[in-house]
Design a protein around this ligand. Structure first.
Ligand code: CO
Ligand code: ZN
Length: 358
């Protein structure tokens, strides 16, 4: 399974799809799901919704959600000298922008560029991180007309060039967009495994859009599906790096997928996992001897935050893939992905048609 997951992850993460511009990723995902699900369709929003039908009547609907979009930029201005200015899409810190290679998705195809800003003029300035507004993209055009000739327009999406890499002894992977193509990958692989199984749930494997700007795709997909239960699959912070105290690490890579207890609890959109969904995940991991860790995340959230507030409320939980350097050049351990597929598949197989959340 590890080899297949690596190659699917490479294909998914090398595709480009800033929030609102996920069509290319959607096509790959549709063709994958088509092979394993009983049905698959793309809604008007761009969400790809697949279904594995239950083998019994009156079975509950279980929604699995992973988001196809990635953080990136949108071109907002091209100046007379041919430099591009941008707005960010999703959570992006200016710290990751110095000397960052990017791809501008113009009307004539991809255009290579480099992000930078003017060099500091004083020692104080040298020690400060400039505001995001100070950065621009250099596409090598000598003026505006030349930039436009390359096919660059206002509104074009821009993705970071951080190629898929295999590190260490082969299990450590790096990419620009494990957030959240790894979640999409786990859902595709789970639908593939379930294809040969009889299950007491109608399983909706959903690859949704626009999570990074506020879980917009998952919100409309959940309304349409009206699930009885949901599990999102997304990345979470792995703080097992120099300078982070053990108590603040949240998770570690290679120690198993994380089962979320809680995320964003400061008033923003967040989730406190439904205790029964959480316990189902934990007991499944214990019974199947799948390594796992518990996750309490101080900031950030996932699609489950939007899904659980749908209609009359949807008991929800999250399987998280521990990831270092989230929203920059991300690193994970493929073993955690393999175990997440095992955990999600085994959990669904344990759902009984009369499951009750009270
Ligand atoms: Co994210
Ligand atoms: Zn995410």
């Amino acid at each position: 399974m590890e080899k297949e997951i690596k190659s699917l992850l490479e294909r998914l993460t090398e595709a480009h799809g800033v929030s609102g511009y996920e069509m290319g990723v959607g096509k790959i995902v549709y063709h994958e799901l088509e092979k394993y699900a009983d049905s698959v369709e793309t809604d008007n929003f761009g969400n790809v919704i697949s279904l594995k039908k239950a083998s019994v009547k009156d079975a509950p609907k279980v929604m699995l959600a992973g988001h196809m979009d990635e953080i990136g930029l949108i071109v907002k201005h091209i100046d007379d000298k041919g430099f591009l200015f941008f707005e960010k899409v999703g959570g992006i810190s200016p710290r990751v922008l110095f000397s960052q290679p990017v791809v501008v998705h113009g009307k004539k195809g991809p255009v290579s560029g480099l992000i930078n800003c003017k060099p500091p003029e004083t020692p104080e300035e040298a020690n400060k991180i400039p505001d995001l507004k100070a950065f621009f993209i250099d596409v090598g055009a000598k003026n505006k007309a030349e930039a436009e000739k390359l096919g660059v327009r206002i509104g074009d999406s821009v993705t970071f060039e951080r190629p898929f890499k295999v590190l260490g002894s082969g299990n450590i992977l790096a990419s620009k967009a494990f957030d959240d193509r790894v979640g999409v990958c786990v859902i595709i692989e789970t639908m593939k495994k379930l294809a040969k199984e009889k299950v007491e749930a109608n399983v909706y494997g959903v690859a949704d859009v626009q999570e990074e700007v506020g879980c917009r795709g998952a919100q409309v997909a959940a309304y349409r599906i009206a699930p009885n239960m949901a599990i999102a699959v997304d990345i979470t912070l792995a703080g097992d790096i120099p300078g982070v105290a053990e108590k603040d690490q949240v998770t570690k890579i290679g120690a198993g997928p994380a089962i979320k207890v809680m995320d964003e609890a400061g008033g923003g959109l967040g989730l406190i996992s439904h205790p029964k969904v959480r316990e189902l995940l934990v007991s499944t991991a214990e019974e199947e001897k799948i390594p796992y860790q518990m996750e309490v995340l101080p900031r950030g959230s996932t699609d489950a935050a939007a899904i659980h507030l749908t209609r009359e409320g949807v008991p929800s939980g999250v399987i998280s893939i521990p990831t270092r350097y989230a929203h920059s050049y991300e690193i994970l351990d493929v073993n955690d992905v393999v175990n997440a597929v095992k955990l999600l598949t085994a959990t669904i197989k344990k759902i009984k048609k009369n499951i009750n959340f009270k």
